[in-house]
Design a protein around this ligand. Structure first.
Ligand SMILES: *Cc1c(COP(=O)(O)O)cnc(C)c1O
Length: 393
């Protein structure tokens, strides 16, 4: 049989995460590749899920999601950011942020439309834009000479926008770089959206996980942006339950309605009992989230220090589960080769940042490490890397 897969999806084979996880298992490596915590979320959240299941919340939830969760989402966005959302029409529950991203882009992007994305980018954006028949216009995030932060050149952002541009996709806090866009970066993005009448789709799954007091500012709070921004978040990263795959799409009614129209036929709805438990957690477990954030900040420092001592050039990280390390001081230039070698040679797995870029050369020298792991796991990874490095030199 000829290749049955539609042509525009043929370049998307097995994801690097699956490959690295397999390699990590085969070699019994410490896996700092995929970004999932190795400890559980708050006890009350887990018990809540258990209780709601046993109480019989086991049939289809309403298509837009359980009202309890839509109301809880509207309340936390109001409490934290002063955003006013009608839980009936402006909050819509999806199967993870991934489901929200897919429904949003598939409902907004016509074949041939262009989508501006910052690279490196989360892997599902590229695939869904292709699925929609859209065209990616990547704007690189590069090292700022003074701060070392990843940032973009506003001129490159402007140059990426043309007559076919429909959507700007914005992820902050940003995976994989750990960058949190500041007020001036967000204003540059907002200006471009307003000037060219573009829709912004934002991925804010790490909205609670910023470090050193860096504020997370939703793009929707900037002047003129509320009416043109579809914001997406989810429970997985905030409450350390990445397997729960429950997310939400928030914004003006016409944009939410667009995503909803498509999503009715993708997944329709999911996870009623979990939605109930998550709604309770947003009311009762904000302290847990703050402690989790502080613990993650300490883990970032712990891993960063170990990687620096090994010889990596570790880049600043302002949020998320990840940090990026430059491998060139260790005498390597291709992160993909090194990521494939490390499990066997050192017993540690990481992800080559190259896979998050369209212009692969921009990220060829970077590895992404996840620090959302127990301290002993991070320490073991660092000890192995240091042994590996000293054996080589
Ligand atoms: C983990 C992650 C997602 C996926 O979120 P789910 O709720 O698990 O679907 C989306 N975007 C980014 C940037 C992520 O890191």
């Amino acid at each position: 049989m000829d290749e049955p897969l539609i042509e525009r999806m043929r370049s998307y084979g097995e994801t690097i995460f699956a490959e690295m996880t397999r390699l990590a298992t085969e070699t019994k490596s410490v896996n700092l590749g995929q970004g999932f915590p190795d400890t559980d979320g708050p006890r009350s959240l887990l018990e809540g899920a258990n209780r709601y299941v046993l109480e019989g919340v086991n049939q289809y939830p309403p298509g837009p999601g359980r009202p309890e969760l839509r109301e809880a989402v509207a309340r936390y966005r109001s409490r934290r950011h002063g955003i006013d959302l009608d839980p009936e029409t402006q909050v819509y529950i999806t199967v993870g942020a991934t489901g929200g991203i897919a429904a949003s882009l598939l409902s907004l992007v016509e074949p041939g439309d262009e989508v501006v994305v910052f690279e490196p980018m989360y892997d599902s954006y590229a695939a869904v834009i292709s699925l929609a028949g859209g065209v990616r216009k990547p704007v690189p995030l590069r090292r700022d000479d003074t701060t070392g932060r990843f940032t973009f050149d506003p001129a490159e952002l402007n140059a990426a926008v043309g007559p076919r541009t429909r959507v700007v996709m914005v992820n902050t806090p940003h995976n994989p770089t750990g960058a949190v866009f500041d007020a001036s970066e967000l204003e540059e993005i907002a200006k471009v959206c307003r000037e060219h009448d573009l829709i912004a789709v934002t991925d804010e799954v790490y909205e609670f996980l910023t470090f050193d007091g860096a504020p997370h500012v939703p793009l929707a709070t900037l002047p003129g942006m509320a009416e043109r921004t579809l914001s997406i978040s989810s429970v997985g990263k905030t409450f350390a339950v990445t397997g729960w795959k429950t997310g939400w799409v928030m914004g003006p009614e016409p944009l939410v309605r667009a995503a909803r129209t498509v999503n009715q036929f993708l997944t329709f709805s999911a996870n009623g009992a979990l939605q109930m438990a998550i709604a309770d957690a947003f009311e009762n477990e904000e302290k847990w989230v703050e402690q989790q954030r502080d613990a993650l900040q300490r883990k970032r420092d712990r891993l960063a220090e170990g990687l620096v001592e090994t010889g990596f050039d570790v880049r600043p990280c302002e949020g998320t589960y990840f940090l990026m390390a430059d491998i060139r001081p260790l005498g390597y230039s291709d992160g993909e080769d090194l990521a494939r070698a490390l499990p066997r040679e050192a017993g540690v797995a990481a992800v080559p940042a190259k896979v998050f870029y369209d212009h692969e050369e921009e990220g060829a020298h970077l590895l992404r490490f996840a620090f959302c792991k127990q301290d002993e796991v991070l320490d073991e990874a660092v000890a192995r890397l240091r042994r590996w490095h000293s054996d080589r030199t």
